[in-house]
Write a protein that binds this ligand. Structure first.
Ligand code: SF4
Length: 350
């Protein structure tokens, strides 16, 4: 059981982050934000996949203004992602954004950061303070020579202490690098010295399997140590995939339960059935099932009941048939043709 770090709780549009709340899954749209219909369509798909907070890119004024329409229809809180232009942060808040993400390092003067903080305080908007190697302050680069884990943690601490001194606590911090171990070390250093909630992730993790594995290792290492109040998996892909991978990471660590947790045997010489085909069918049929359930699909009866005892329901396949079992006990013998249907029926009866 993962013991979570004690962090301060914040709220973003009513959504609680940190302070013992479940680890929040978030993602970012890949549409042009001002194309409201397209952006909303993606936000709704993300929500259907379990995404609880969505960030949208705000590179131009038209994107900041579009937030007014997005917040009216979005089923989840919206965070505006702002870089370099403080004026866009004010416009996004004016339009009703629930949260603003800034990297103080690329906003420029401290005074401008303070003005954004004051406005967020006045409007009850949450902030995310981002620190990454590309936006590290000059003096820290000079002190450490390059963006080390120590430099990233020091920058994050510096900014979070400033916000606290300015009387603003409704913020979270993200420290991100694309190097897994540097990312891990920087977050650990910060977490040991601050109670601010942490958004964790690996930037530019990449595509497909590689991106998912890199994210799972990078985010998983931190979560296993109790560090991380909200996660975003960054993939070069449909953002819905980010949400799916995030839930798999959280489910593997017992931090969230959502949808199907599928246990499938690795197969061996005893196999009498096309198991990958059965697993694919089960996955496909259950992809929109959002209640937590553990399902096992095993290639034979030899070890199935024992190995999958913890599963709520499962199949132990033989030649042309399968035993349907519940909690490790066989309840019914079914034919190969009907086994997937019978499994789904048993899940619906749970
Ligand atoms: S469940 Fe059966 S087929 Fe699957 S790995 Fe174990 S022994 Fe082999």
């Amino acid at each position: 059981m993962v013991k979570r770090r004690k962090s301060r709780q914040i709220t973003v549009g009513g959504l609680k982050i940190g302070g013992g709340a479940p680890v929040v899954v978030q993602s970012m749209t890949s549409t042009k934000t001002h194309r409201v219909e397209e952006t909303l369509e993606q936000i709704k798909r993300l929500h259907a996949a379990g995404c609880e907070l969505v960030r949208v890119a705000v590179p131009h004024r038209e994107d900041a203004r579009a937030i007014r329409d997005l917040v009216k229809e979005s089923p989840v809180p919206i965070v505006a992602d702002i870089h370099f232009a403080p004026s866009l942060a004010f416009e996004a808040m004016e339009a009703g954004a629930h949260g603003i993400r800034i990297n103080p390092g690329n906003i420029g003067k401290e005074e401008l950061v303070k003005e954004i903080v004051e406005e967020a305080k006045r409007r009850g908007v949450a902030l995310r303070i981002g620190v990454n190697s590309g936006s590290l302050e000059k003096d820290l680069l000079e002190k450490y020579g390059h963006p080390t884990a120590e430099a990233l943690a020091e920058s994050a601490l510096r900014w979070s202490e400033k916000l606290e001194d300015w009387g603003f606590l409704n913020f979270k911090v993200s420290i991100k690098g694309s190097d897994v171990l540097q990312n891990y070390e920087a977050n650990r250093r910060f977490a040991a010295r601050s109670e601010a909630p942490l958004h964790v992730g690996i930037t530019e993790a990449g595509m497909g399997l590689k991106g998912a594995v890199k994210s799972a290792v990078g985010i998983g290492l931190l979560l296993f140590e109790g560090i991380g109040d909200t996660v975003r998996v960054s993939l070069t892909d449909d953002p819905v995939k980010e949400v799916e991978v995030a839930y798999e990471i959280l489910k593997a660590l017992g931090l969230r339960r959502r949808g199907v947790e599928l246990i499938a045997c690795p197969t061996c010489g005893r196999i009498e059935v096309d198991l990958p085909k059965v697993v694919r069918q089960v996955e496909e049929r259950l992809k929109n099932y959002d209640k937590p359930v553990k399902v096992a699909v095993m290639g034979c009866v030899v070890n199935a009941f024992g190995e999958a005892r913890e599963a709520d329901v499962g199949l132990a396949c033989g030649r042309g048939f399968a035993w349907l079992f519940k909690k490790g006990k066989p309840v019914k013998k079914v034919s190969e043709e009907e086994m997937v249907e019978e499994l789904l029926k048993a899940i619906n009866e749970l």
